[in-house]
Design a protein around this ligand. Structure first.
Ligand code: MN
Ligand code: MN
Length: 403
């Protein structure tokens, strides 16, 4: 950068400070000078929430303007509790910013069954604890059975019928994500619901048996029920009568796609999990003090489920707007497409969370890569920094910056 240009920037910055100072001294104007910020809070407040949301109570001074709420906890979602398990959902009806993906958190006891059903949206899932057996049959009558455990995924394409059953000894808990923010898990096509609303003579004719066979068909749908464990043999992908592409994937067990001293990223999208054409996913771990680097996603909104630890995320929404959100295990977050963001681990343990996108592939633009691959003298003039600093940027992508 020329000396002249550098001086001009400094002068512009000084003028900016003068204008800012003058404006805060104007009668009635809000004083935003750091040393004059009034943080007293004598009125009523919720003490539990105060401790959970330090970034809202005392926002960083770089936060400004209106950025919509990008956080919602499963803890606040209504729990539908039945014999055999429970479920709760976070859809766009409650979480307005999450338009592309709806989430469900479900628990099944050993033997608990999420009954045979299908739905319009595609279903992506991540196992949190325990073990389950999943089944599906595709449109060509090809079957699929697998047993899944913590860190495993499944994906059922839209309209493909499936079931989930918790196994011994502890059942299971998992997260479901649907490629439609409006999707409701409480409004699916279930086998018992259909049978209960079909005349028994029609059922008899359809299955070619006597109507008495259906005397005890449930009148209302089961949704989740306590059943007996059916330990079917998992199918071998590609075997006769079996689906050609697996509906499950061992995400937690695979080698990280990116690993640094401060964390890792494991990706599952249609490149390595071909059936998952509408959901791309990353399992991210950030160690204490670590930073998920400044970046954005060009192809979809980001939908997050926070698995463990605690963190804060700052989102840059253009137009001088930025807002920081605090996250804890069990929370859902979202980042609208193209908004810049970064995540910091604020706790004493590793933070683990999922980044999901309604897309066929995981795509991001890191600020570091952008700066590293643009003429350094050009970038340096924008940030008023020494171009030599840019020459030292890492050549490889580092989604979690090594601390
Ligand atoms: Mn389903
Ligand atoms: Mn992101």
């Amino acid at each position: 950068m020329s000396q002249l240009r550098g001086r001009a920037l400094l002068l512009a910055s000084a003028i900016g400070d003068m204008i800012a100072t003058r404006s805060v001294r104007h009668p009635g104007a809000r004083d935003t000078h750091p040393s004059k910020r009034d943080t007293s809070n004598p009125g009523p407040d919720n003490p539990v929430l105060l401790t959970q949301f330090p970034s809202s109570v005392a926002p960083p001074q770089t936060d400004k303007g209106h950025v919509p709420n990008l956080w919602f906890p499963f803890s606040q979602a209504h729990r539908r509790i039945q014999h055999g398990g429970w479920s709760r959902e976070v859809t766009v009806k409650d979480f307005v910013a999450a338009k592309e993906i709806a989430g469900v958190n479900m628990r099944l006891t050993p033997g608990g069954v999420r009954e045979l059903h299908w739905h319009l949206a595609a279903e992506w899932a991540f196992m949190l604890t325990g073990s389950a057996q999943i089944t599906a049959v595709d449109q060509h009558g090809r079957r699929f059975v697998d047993n899944v455990g913590p860190g495993d995924l499944w994906y059922f394409p839209a309209g493909i019928p499936h079931s989930i059953q918790g196994l011994e000894p502890a059942g299971c808990e998992f997260i479901l994500a649907f490629d439609d923010g409006n999707f409701s898990e409480f409004d699916t096509f279930t086998i018992s619901d259909w049978a209960g609303h079909t005349p028994k003579e029609v059922l008899a004719k359809n299955f070619g048996v006597d109507a008495v066979a259906f005397a005890d068909v449930p009148r209302e749908q089961l949704y989740i029920f306590q059943g007996k464990i059916v330990a079917a043999q998992p199918t071998q992908i590609g075997a006769p009568g079996v689906v050609p592409q697996s509906f499950s994937f061992r995400l937690g067990a695979k080698q990280p796609d990116y690993q640094t001293a401060s964390g890792s990223v494991r990706i599952a999208d249609s490149h390595n999990f071909p059936v998952s054409t509408t959901i791309a996913a990353a399992l991210v771990e950030v160690e204490p003090g670590g930073l998920r680097e400044l970046h954005w996603h060009p192809n979809a909104d980001e939908w997050q489920f926070w698995i463990s630890g605690q963190a804060r995320m700052t989102v840059f929404a253009a137009g001088g707007r930025a807002r920081t959100f605090d996250f804890h295990a069990g929370d859902v977050g979202t980042v609208p497409r193209a908004m810049g963001h970064y995540i910091e681990n604020t706790g004493n343990e590793a933070v683990r969370y999922l980044e999901l996108f309604r897309a066929d592939e995981f795509a991001e633009v890191p600020l570091t890569a952008w700066a590293a691959h643009t003429p350094h003298d050009l970038v340096a003039q924008h940030l008023n920094i020494d171009p030599a600093l840019l020459d030292k940027l890492p050549d490889r992508k580092q989604p979690v910056v090594p601390a």
